[in-house]
Structure formats: structure tokens, C-alpha cells
Design a protein around this ligand. Structure first.
Ligand SMILES: *Cc1c(COP(=O)(O)O)cnc(C)c1O
Length: 393
């Protein structure tokens, strides 16, 4: 299939598979492989040079991981993609592709918690300085750039609090200075935002979330331009990354239905956010698709939709005991990390512990993942939760 002219939903159904190569079977098979046999000395010696273009060793890629990479690269509009064993590995290896001792990294303050930990722990130990910046900085990022600024990292909307970044403004500043940009696109992928079309150099996705979509596998992927590909690919090799073939298969299978799933997650997320914004117990809902959200204008300009993950805060003074009474009795919302599966989730969050460039002051914060259950049942479950919260005050 020629992928260039095709729309995302068509690519979700067709990219990265070729029944003609597999006995007419619709889905690519799972290849379990470490050793790859060469027939001649010449072939063996060539394999070292061609390790990213053909199957040469299990760690460098199997036909299954390559099919996944080909599919995601087409869907995200990239040159090539690199599959990782987790989303976190994709974040860390992509950063490591650009920084060395003595460098300076600009990191968004609302970054995924473990990425913050990687910067303040691992990178600091190796002499890379991270400066966290306000997610709303936009073109103001210019003032933070130094001669040794090696990369600018974005995540939009931000983890836990969902601030939308002005990606074009930041990319314009970065491009004028020749600084590469990386963006964690997990919230919107694989449908609602295309970072590479905005000039971002590395589009990072935790495929554990909507790509796999069924809460049963860990996967990550970094989608690259022609310029960024070898850097990220070599970085993955240097940290010994290998994406497991069964998990690549699950991620590929998840992609095929990601379009319809995400639209349903979007619809349920907006319905829950709207319901919550009308509850007297709620201080604020953080969902960029709501018209009064501070990020709404940027979201409308740059995104084509919203996923099912959003935040809210309860009124100040709501006790820990009342929050626990609400959450402990929920029937349909699991309390667990990660998200993007078919099922609804809820978590208490603590944004104030994960901010240094900005301050966070609110009542108790929650994060909800709107699943695919019936929306009336999802709302009724929250209704009962609020009744317990009010009884426990
Ligand atoms: C979950 C998540 C990651 C990490 O992905 P894993 O697959 O859990 O390692 C990275 N970024 C964001 C925004 C995430 O939500």
C-alpha cells in the first residue's frame, strides 16, 4: 500500500502488514528469534553493517517488531520508528540520544513523573543539567536557552494536570537555534496529534496505553525523522533495548481498532468531564476539550480530538477520609497506574510533589481514565461516590 496519501484510519487498518508475504494471512506472524543464520561468510559480514535494515539479530529487531515500527511510522507520518520494551525506555533512550556530560536539557515541568526522576537522578549523576520550564512558556523558552542546550523536551497535555503546550511556538524557537525537540505524545496517540507535522524531531509514545489498549502488555515507540532516526536507533542499541515479539504483536493488533476505541474514550471522557464540572464537590476539571479550559484554544488549533484521560480537583478542605470513602467503594473504576485500556480507572494524584518551575495549589487531585463501559453506569458510579464523600465529611 502507498501510505503517503492515506488517512490515519486507513493506515491503522493496513500499515505494517502484507498478506501476500504470509500465505494470505491477514496479520503478520509472531517471529520469536535471537539467532539469525547467515548462509555465507559474505552474508554474515554484511549483516553487521545492515543491522537496522534487515533481520540480523533478535535484539536489533524481528520481522514482528519491524512490522510494528513500519505501521507506527506510517500512522505518525515519520521516516522510521524504533520499538521499545516500554514507554519509559522510549523516553529515556530518546533523551540519551541527544545529551552528553556538560549539556543542558530543557524539560517541561509537567513531564511524566519517571522522566523527571530520570533527569534529576540518572542524568544528574552523569553531569547533564536539567532545567524545568513552565508548560505555558511558549516562545518565552528563548530566554532559557544556553549555548550548551542540547534538547527541548515537551509533553502535551502535561501529566496529571493536562496543560496544553504551544508546540509550534517552542519548535520555532528551537529550529532558529538548531536545537532538537522531543515530545511525549502518549495522551493523543495514535489519532489526535501528529508532532512530526509540527516540526518535532522525535515523537515518543507509550504504546502501553491506547496502542496496546487492553492493559496486557508494555510497549514504547519513538517515531523519527530521517535526521533523528539513527541517533535514536543507536541509543536504543546502546542501552540494550529489545521489544518482545509477542508484545509487538499485541501492539499491532491494538492499532487496528485504536481509531474506534479512541473516539469512544473521547466521547466518554468529555461526558464525564462535563458531568464533573457541574458537581458542587468539584473545584476544577482539567480537560482541554472543555470550552472553559485554559488550554482549550491551543488544543482546538493543534489537536483533532481528545483521549479519555483527564484530571479534576475536589474543593479545598475535602478530607483524605472523604476522598477515600468516595474512591474505595467505586464498582467500575479500578485504582491503578497506567491507562489507555478498555476499562475505567481513577487515581488520587499529587501534582504539587512533581512541580519545581511552577507551583500547584488545589484541593485533592484525581485522575480519571474514561473506559468503554456504558456512560450512564459510569456516571451513576461516580454519583454514589459523591454520596459517600458527602456522608464522610
Ligand atoms: C505511561 C506513560 C509513560 C511510560 O510508559 P510505560 O509504558 O508505562 O513505560 C510515558 N509517558 C507518559 C505520558 C505516560 O503516561
Amino acid at each position: 500500500m502507498r501510505t503517503k496519501s492515506k488517512k490515519t484510519d486507513t493506515l491503522l487498518a493496513h500499515a505494517g502488514r502484507d498478506p501476500d508475504k504470509n500465505f494470505g494471512v491477514v496479520n503478520p506472524p509472531v517471529y520469536h528469534a535471537s539467532t539469525i543464520i547467515s548462509r555465507t561468510v559474505a552474508e554474515y559480514e554484511a549483516s553487521g553493517r545492515n543491522r537496522y535494515n534487515q533481520v540480523t539479530y533478535g535484539r536489533h529487531g524481528t520481522p514482528t517488531s519491524m512490522a510494528f515500527e513500519e505501521a507506527v511510522a506510517a500512522i505518525e507520518g515519520g521516516y522510521r520508528a524504533v520499538a521499545f520494551c516500554s514507554g519509559a525506555a522510549a523516553c529515556f533512550a530518546s533523551i540519551l540520544a541527544y545529551v552528553k556530560t556538560g549539556d543542558h536539557l530543557l524539560m517541561v515541568d509537567t513531564t511524566y513523573g519517571p522522566v523527571r526522576g530520570f533527569c534529576t537522578g540518572f542524568l544528574k549523576r552523569f553531569g547533564v543539567e536539567t532545567i524545568f520550564y513552565d508548560p505555558l512558556i511558549g516562545a518565552g523558552i528563548e530566554a532559557l536557552i544556553r549555548p550548551n542546550t542540547a534538547a527541548i523536551y515537551m509533553e502535551s497535555p502535561g501529566s496529571l494536570t493536562f496543560e496544553v503546550q504551544d508546540v509550534p511556538a517552542i519548535v520555532a524557537v528551537a529550529k532558529a537555534r538548531g536545537i532538537p525537540t522531543l515530545l511525549d505524545n502518549t495522551w493523543a496517540a495514535p489519532l489526535f496529534f501528529k508532532p512530526l507535522a509540527f516540526g518535532v524531531d522525535v515523537d515518543i509514545i507509550s504504546a502501553t496505553k491506547y496502542t496496546v489498549g487492553h492493559s496486557d502488555a508494555m510497549m514504547g515507540v519513538a517515531v523519527c525523522t530521517e535526521e533523528s532516526f539513527l541517533r535514536v536507533r543507536n541509543s536504543a542499541t546502546e542501552i540494550g533495548n529489545a521489544a518482545a515479539p509477542d508484545d509487538c504483536y499485541l501492539a499491532l493488533r491494538g492499532l487496528r481498532t485504536a481509531g474506534v476505541r479512541l473516539r469512544q474514550h473521547q466521547q466518554h471522557g468529555i461526558a464525564l468531564a462535563t458531568y464533573l464540572s457541574q458537581r458542587p464537590e468539584v473545584e476544577r476539571v482539567m480537560h482541554p476539550a472543555l470550552p472553559d479550559d485554559p488550554g482549550h484554544a491551543l488544543w482546538r488549533r493543534d489537536f483533532t480530538g481528545a483521549s479519555g484521560l483527564f484530571g479534576l480537583t475536589l474543593k479545598k478542605g475535602t478530607s483524605k477520609k472523604a476522598v477515600a470513602a468516595m474512591l474505595d467503594g467505586l464498582e467500575l473504576y479500578g485504582m491503578g497506574a497506567s491507562w489507555g485500556g478498555f476499562e475505567s480507572l481513577i487515581l488520587p494524584t499529587h501534582p504539587e510533589t512533581l512541580r519545581t518551575a511552577t507551583t500547584w495549589d488545589s484541593g485533592p487531585a484525581l485522575r480519571i481514565h474514561a473506559g468503554l463501559e456504558d456512560i450512564d453506569d459510569l456516571i451513576a458510579d461516580l454519583d454514589s461516590g459523591f454520596a459517600r464523600l458527602n456522608a464522610a465529611r
